[in-house]
Design a binder for this molecule. Sequence first.
Ligand code: GLU
Length: 441
Amino acid sequence: MTDVSVRFAPSPTGRLHVGNARAALLNWLFARKHGGSFLLRLDDTDAARSTPEFAQGIEADLRWLGLGWDRFARQSERFDFYTAATGKLKQSGRLYPCYETPEELELRRKIQLGRKKPPVYDRAALKLTDADRAKLEAEGRRPHWRFRLDHGVTAWDDLIHGRVEIDMASLSDPVLVRSDGYPLYTLSSVVDDGDLGITHVIRGEDHVTNTAAQIQLFAALDYAVPVFGHFSWLLDAEGAGLSKRIGSLSLADLREQGYEPMALNSLLARLGSADPVEPQLDVQALVAGFDLGRFSRAPARLDPHELDLLNARILHASDFNTVRDRLPAGVTEAFWLAIRGNIGRLTEAADWWPVVSGEIATVIEDPAVVAAAAETLPAEPWDGATWKAWTQAISARTGAKGKALFHPLRLALTGRDKGPEMAPLLPLIGRDRVAKRLSGV
Ligand code: GLU
């Protein structure tokens, strides 16, 4: 494959969600895998709902994921192309004016459903004479414009679904232009994909029937028809639609909750494919094992617990330099190395920092153990071996062992009953703080 060109085409009418992130990532990986280019296209023709803030949010979210784009386009700057395409379609007789109001269309739909017929547009407008149209326009009606589909079967070889065949008589002729002259998604998307040389359209399977109509539109506009790949739905672990916990969260929410972008990338790059999920620290590392052909038509299940586990594994393997900007001011590398194996989210680091650098509430569970600890407290300098020698001395003096020894010490020194290994933590807390905490102050 040469000159692969793919795109991610969100509408800036909201923030990106997990499903959008998957579309962006799979396209990005496909581009990188085939040495191609990745276009970010903002589908912002809907001026009423699109905002510059959402557009900026989308760019920020993609940067957070580490998915840079090679090309950028926004549909609101491309109306001339859509107008030219409309002219061409009118000339070839593929675009025809319709005058039905939404209420009339809805009534017909109900009648068809009542007769157990599929609610497909009946093409009544094709039968209008020039005189009929003139009369309707004189009444003040403005036409919307439909693309006349060729009936028969439209087929393509989908990268994920294999051969797909759609009986075009089962589809309504799609509206391409609204009565106010505004171009709709089917038109603008095909014109851009054609004009910007998109070779592979990779998107969710909710677009499968759009694809059949779009293939005819590419041909009607003399564009090369791209290859299509439709990935499956994302479901939650129980098989329902994506759960509230993850599905309704935006990437901004996940970032705020302290998730690592690479936890999400690592999961989304393999979810729904035959390949195992592996935590990777860099999105580039996901390219080599990526193969869209390994993705299944079956819905992919996103388990929030799996995301949590991946997040923890990624933090455990992260160098200080990759996280330091997001840690509390003053945090040292030794601190990071001491706690990274024990946190699920980076935000937890801030809870541990006062344990080694500030004041915490002390908990004295077993006064005898704590008193022995204070009496045997070694002189500094301390290192990674200090904890073992000291606790042996406390044990020798009190007879306490195992949990009876370690639990009261951990509580007295950290204020919590669980946490990172004490051996590396102890020198970071330092003798003065330890002495103070053991004295119960
Ligand atoms: N803006 C469209 C959407 O978000 C793009 C769909 C497509 O990939 O063609 O659904």
